[in-house]
Ligand binder design. Structure first.
Ligand SMILES: [Zn+2]
Length: 68
């Protein structure tokens, strides 16, 4: 996991804690299609956005549009 620490300009322990919590509490999907398929199955296809997590490398679902 050292690669993302090196990329960050200002390491923030609070962010790491948030990420660790979200990555372990959120479902992890192997691909965007997998994530989106689960959103659709839950009837949330119009509500949830899938995004590739820059921390764990898997895909998560979020209600917020991911920043580009
Ligand atoms: Zn993650």
């Amino acid at each position: 996991m050292a690669w993302y620490v090196e990329q960050r300009q200002l390491p923030d322990p609070r962010v790491d804690a948030d990420v660790e919590r979200s990555c372990t509490s959120k479902q992890q999907y192997a691909s965007e299609d997998d994530a989106h398929a689960h959103a659709l199955m839950n009837g949330m296809g119009d509500v949830l956005y899938s995004y590739e997590c820059r921390y764990c490398g898997f895909w998560h679902l979020t209600r917020r549009p991911p920043p580009r």
